[in-house]
Design a binder for this molecule. Structure first.
Ligand code: ADP
Length: 477
């Protein structure tokens, strides 16, 4: 049980981050201390060499100025001071016979003995060599040839250096534990901080999983990668929620609005069933059934189209289109309906006006608006379709001299399946304007309406001339 918990802990990213942070911190601190240790050691050694060389040069000058006797006097005079400061001084004649020597405090003649045997013929200028003695102490020694082939040796014990470095090592050992503790706690803190967005993400996913679709990951204003990820994630959740809400709404609407045509269909079927001895009435009832079924299919298809356009999954094939041609094509289709009601349809659009759009969808938008205009305009009226460039958008208006729309209806005409009471006598599903709005918005455009009862209506759409890439499901940033 306990070992399982440990295994689980080891597998977590948090644990691995702590391990990485702490290892890097502790190792780099150790490396830094070691580097400083060796640099310090080298610096002290350099300084000791300088001291030895200065002393040897001083004695050399004294020998030049006052001769050997003056030099020996000088060395005797400084004997005490030299010994205390850890200096070794020796003067030997050309046969290597020691004339005078000073030992550093604490050193014995046996420790230095072999030095005395150093033949001065082997000495070339100044040189340093080591003599290891008891307790690992080292004596750094330089030699100089005086006139008359006398030999001068000056050395210095490394006691001071050893003490200083031992002190440094002690300090290092003392702070080692705090460094390890600091490294570990820093690792835990950084790992906790850097994994916070991931924890937020997990808890948001959990609450979405438990049914709270509106849950979002809390964002920070840091602008770092996690912040960007969180924002993208939230945007994606927003889209998914929109999609699900749209689908739910569509489903609700379909369920609600299918009830009437399906009930009618059932009544038509029941009527047909009662007409078994009258083929003509049977045929009539079956025709009603077919009509009702057609209506249901149209309603379902339109609802699906609206839903796709609103949620951004509608397949669009944007291309450059000549608007004037497109309007003429639509007018041609409705020519008979217009003539039937003696309504004049006019077009006003420059031939060179072009927009980037899905041809079928733009045609559908114009057709729906024209269909409504013809439907809600009494015989003898006028409908005009005009289009022009307005900045970087196309402004396309469909105006009629029809019955107009009341303020109350104006607020609701873009709702799915909404039909004004006054329009119930006309054919229709109440889905035309919803589809128009959804398609226009999916092309980053907008629709406006200006209308008043008995004064006619004017629907205006604003459509980008150079349409940006239409939103597609799962699109990038
Ligand atoms: P439908 O025309 O099938 O009823 P729409 O969604 O196209 O559905 O229109 C919704 C409602 O808006 C219509 O029922 C009608 O009341 C009103 N409407 C739309 N266009 C016009 C228009 N040109 N003139 C007057 N009323 C209109």
């Amino acid at each position: 049980m306990f070992s399982n918990a440990i295994k689980k802990l080891i597998r977590t990213t948090g644990f691995r981050l702590v391990l990485w942070y702490s290892t890097i911190f502790i190792t780099s601190t150790l490396l830094l201390f070691t580097l400083v240790y060796f640099l310090l050691q080298a610096a002290i050694l350099d300084k000791e060499h300088d001291l030895i060389l200065t002393k040897i040069e001083e004695y050399g000058l004294q020998d030049q100025r006052g001769g050997l006797a003056a030099l020996l006097d000088d060395i005797r005079l400084e004997e005490n001071h030299n010994s205390k400061s850890g200096f070794f001084v020796r003067v030997a004649d050309f046969e290597n016979k020691t004339l005078l020597f000073t030992l550093p405090a604490g050193w014995q003649i046996e420790d230095i003995g072999p030095l005395f045997a150093t033949g001065h013929n082997s000495i070339q200028g100044n040189q340093f060599f080591h003599k290891r003695t008891r307790d690992g102490e080292i004596l750094e020694i330089a030699c100089k040839r005086l006139h008359n082939d006398y030999l001068l040796q000056v050395g210095k014990g490394t006691e001071e250096r050893t003490k200083l470095l031992a002190h440094y090592r002690k300090i290092f050992a003392g702070i080692l534990l705090p460094v390890i503790l600091f490294g570990l706690s820093g690792g835990i803190f950084l790992s906790y901080r850097s994994l916070r967005p991931v924890r937020n993400l997990i808890s948001t996913l959990r609450s979405i999983d438990s049914g709270k679709l509106d849950s979002r990951v809390p964002t920070t204003q840091s602008g770092d990668e996690f912040d960007k990820l969180t924002r993208l994630f939230n945007e994606m959740l927003e889209k998914i929620e929109q999609l699900i809400t749209g689908m739910k709404e569509s489903l609700d609407n379909v369920a609600h609005d299918l009830r009437t045509p399906v009930t009618r269909l059932r009544m038509d079927i029941e009527t047909a069933l009662q007409q078994d001895d009258d083929p003509a009435a049977l045929r009539e009832a079956l025709l009603d059934c077919a009509e009702e079924t057609e209506r249901i299919i149209t309603m379902l298809n339109t609802l699906m189209d609206i839903s796709e356009a609103e949620t951004g999954v509608m397949q669009l094939n944007p291309e450059k289109l000549a608007v004037a041609t497109l309007i003429s094509e639509v007018i041609d289709i409705y020519q008979y309906v217009a003539e039937d009601k003696a309504i004049t349809v006019s077009r006003n659009a420059p031939d060179d006006l072009q927009v980037v759009a899905d041809a079928n969808r733009l045609r559908q938008v114009i057709a729906n608006l024209l269909d409504n205009a013809l439907k809600y305009t009494p015989p003898g009226g006028k409908v005009s379709i005009s289009a022009r460039a307005d900045g970087n958008q196309m402004k396309l208006s469909v105006a009629d001299t029809g019955c107009g729309i009341t303020d109350h209806d104006l607020r609701r005409i873009f709702e799915r399946l909404y039909r004004a009471d006054s329009s119930r006598s006309h054919r229709g599903l109440g889905l035309g304007l919803s589809l128009v709005q959804a398609v226009v918005q999916s092309h980053h455009g907008k629709i406006e309406v200006d209308s008043a009862p008995n004064r006619g209506s004017c629907f205006t759409i604003y459509w980008p001339l150079e349409s940006p890439a239409p939103p597609q499901a799962g699109g990038g940033e």
